[in-house]
Ligand binder design. Sequence first.
Ligand SMILES: NC(=O)c1ccc[n+]([C@@H]2O[C@H](COP(=O)([O-])OP(=O)(O)OC[C@H]3O[C@@H](n4cnc5c(N)ncnc54)[C@H](O)[C@@H]3O)[C@@H](O)[C@H]2O)c1
Length: 290
Amino acid sequence: MSERRERIDKHSLSGHSPDEGGFMTPHVLVTGAASGIGAAVAALLAADGWTVTGVDLREAALRASLDGLATPATPLVADLAEPDAAERVVRRAWESVGPLDALVNAAGIYPARPFLELDARLWDQVQAVNVRAPMLAIRAFAELAVAADRPGSVVNISSGAALRARPGAAHYSTSKAALEMLTKAAAIELGGAGIRVNAVSPGFVTVDSTANPVTEEYAAAVSANPLGRRGRPGDIAAAVAWLLTPAAEWVTGSIMRVDGGASAGTTTLPAHWPELTDVQTPGINEGAAL
Ligand SMILES: NC(=O)c1ccc[n+]([C@@H]2O[C@H](COP(=O)([O-])OP(=O)(O)OC[C@H]3O[C@@H](n4cnc5c(N)ncnc54)[C@H](O)[C@@H]3O)[C@@H](O)[C@H]2O)c1
């Protein structure tokens, strides 16, 4: 029995359906499960014993992503930019697969566009997928969980762009800043019902996405971090998985930065300028040769 399965049994959340082995398995809905971070979250949670329902716009890629998981998973194809899609997939997952214990909002788009070329259509598309869909999915999940008197846990995938603006990303940065506030706002209103809402904010993660292609020049520019390597989808999935465990039962409304330390500060400035230190603190360098 895996450690995760043991933990699930110990904390057994009421209402889980038994799997083939007679164990109670928790059920998670993961959006953006066809590739990148969402696919890594789906794979890790399945390996940890979760029943996964995956949602994505791209059917073939979604099926391919879910096919090889450790536990059987259900694909739901939907365009989350449509106003009713998020609620529809949550209800469908709940009714056809079983009550949901968790929701991971990983679907997202980051099409670069200079500020002076932004238009209402692209702005609305990015806000619809990156923040409106998570809001509607959380609301539907919470409504169903409250009605069934079940606890629940939500993790939204934010971005370092929520904190630091960058060229060509006003629409994206704004959507992720809004997603972080949505995370906190939902957390305070849903905590009383036993529903935790957190976010993981990745630094640059190599995903080689065809849905969200980026140039190497862009990747290099946003990759600097104190730990010196680019992120991997599994780095983010591990944080999401932890937030969904009972070990995180007192964590809500938090934004976990998983970025190699990128948001802690900058590594590109030199550590000190001796000539200026001499002026600022006369004599401080005199003993340096000893
Ligand atoms: N890769 C990074 O460096 C990075 C950094 C910070 C945050 N993020 C965030 O991580 C999340 C996952 O992105 P990723 O980098 O893994 O990219 P990705 O392109 O591999 O995954 C995004 C998925 O969302 C799906 N999707 C897009 N629009 C959709 C829609 N309208 N309806 C349903 N599904 C839709 C795509 O088909 C794709 O499978 C996004 O929210 C992104 O903003 C990524």
